[in-house]
Design a protein around this ligand. Structure first.
Ligand SMILES: CC(C)(COP(=O)(O)OP(=O)(O)OC[C@H]1O[C@@H](n2cnc3c(N)ncnc32)[C@H](O)[C@@H]1OP(=O)(O)O)[C@@H](O)C(=O)NCCC(=O)NCCS
Length: 156
């Protein structure tokens, strides 16, 4: 079985937010950003698995700061844990006011993506290797592993 690093799945999607994506006060609809996050999570999972993937679950979706019309939204996604056929992807959304040059983390979430074979059945994904000297990677991996275990125990 192949292995891949966390870095190999790192993906970035960026988009300028338009008025049609917002309410009259200029606040971007949450669903618009969630769609972008889902796309970024899908790209990261596909980079890891090299198969078709679907979203199975979204956890800890946090809207930390409002995103406003005209800002640049950048979604960063990375596989942080891989099970047999599922992958947990951490997605962060940064909003940037390009006039003021100010950036902030607006949203974060954990997406569970499942790899499917050509018949649409869950299929094995490469193992994920993480840098054991990198405390951030170790923490993300361990927490992903815990959530995966909890889901499988609940299902059983
Ligand atoms: C995701 C899906 C393929 C899983 O099918 P399933 O029959 O439950 O498959 P399994 O029980 O064999 O689970 C496969 C893997 O997915 C994980 N998984 C399945 N449902 C999950 C959920 N709700 N949350 C977290 N993990 C989940 C399992 O833990 C397992 O992981 P592992 O192989 O790494 O141990 C199926 O539920 C599905 O097709 N859902 C719709 C997906 C979709 O269309 N998404 C787009 C949104 S509209």
């Amino acid at each position: 079985m192949d292995t891949r690093t966390m870095e190999e799945s790192f993906s970035v999607l960026a988009q300028m937010v338009l008025p049609m994506q917002a309410n009259p006060a200029g606040n971007v609809h949450g669903g618009e950003i969630m769609k972008m996050m889902d796309s970024a999570a899908g790209v990261a999972a596909q980079k890891h698995a090299h198969t078709n993937v679907v979203t199975a679950r979204v956890e800890e979706l946090n809207f930390k700061k409002p995103v406003l019309v005209g800002e640049l939204v950048t979604c960063k996604a990375q596989v942080i844990y891989a099970g047999r056929s599922s992958m947990e992807v951490f997605v962060t959304v940064e909003s940037e006011d390009l006039v003021l040059g100010k950036k902030q983390i607006a949203l974060t979430a954990f997406f569970t993506m499942v790899s499917l074979d050509k018949s649409g059945r869950p299929s094995e994904v490469p193992n994920l290797v993480y840098d054991t000297d990198n405390a951030y990677e170790v923490k993300l991996y361990r927490e992903g592993e815990k959530r995966h275990k909890m889901h499988n125990e609940r299902k059983a």
